[in-house]
Write a protein that binds this ligand. Structure first.
Ligand code: DQA
Length: 142
């Protein structure tokens, strides 16, 4: 695939990456991580969006989900609660990869349930920020 357009969407509290619970989420900001990592993928154009609001995440999926080649979605805690996000993912043609930095299955039981996995193409979790790179690999090698 040449010139792939991808949207990365991060949900609540992920604006604090690098500062928030570094023992779980690491000490690097997402901006710094993406800037370095994306140098490996000159053919990939990434739009990055973060919001703490469920409705804003849904609006962004609606806005871009008919145009981009894929969406990488870390919905944060909305993963475990949001049927509205599930419906938004199903509403657009772009394949969505659910991503988590931590291994949610090795954490509290309320994180073992995902409302969005069944609507997604696949799920990557537990590889730190590298989970985002693995999602890019999954979308460009479809
Ligand atoms: C997370 C896991 C979620 O359970 C949590 O609410 C987050 C981050 C992760 O990337 O590991 O905010 O999605």
């Amino acid at each position: 695939m040449d010139n792939v357009n991808l949207l990365i969407v991060n949900g609540p509290n992920l604006n604090l990456l690098g500062k928030r619970e570094p023992s779980i989420y690491g000490d690097q900001s997402i901006e710094e991580y993406l800037e370095n990592m994306l140098q490996q993928y000159p053919e990939v154009n990434v739009t990055y969006f973060q919001s703490n609001s469920e409705g804003a995440l849904i609006d962004k999926i609606h806005e871009c989900g008919f145009d981009v080649d894929g969406i990488i979605l870390n919905a944060g805690a909305y993963t475990h609660t949001s049927i509205a996000l599930h419906d938004a993912i199903r509403a657009v043609p772009a394949p969505v990869v659910e991503v988590h930095i931590s291994n949610v299955h090795a954490r509290e039981s309320f994180r073992h349930v995902s409302m969005i996995s069944a609507a997604c193409k696949g799920v990557i979790c537990g590889f730190g920020l590298n989970s985002y790179r693995l999602a890019i690999e999954a979308l460009i090698n479809r």
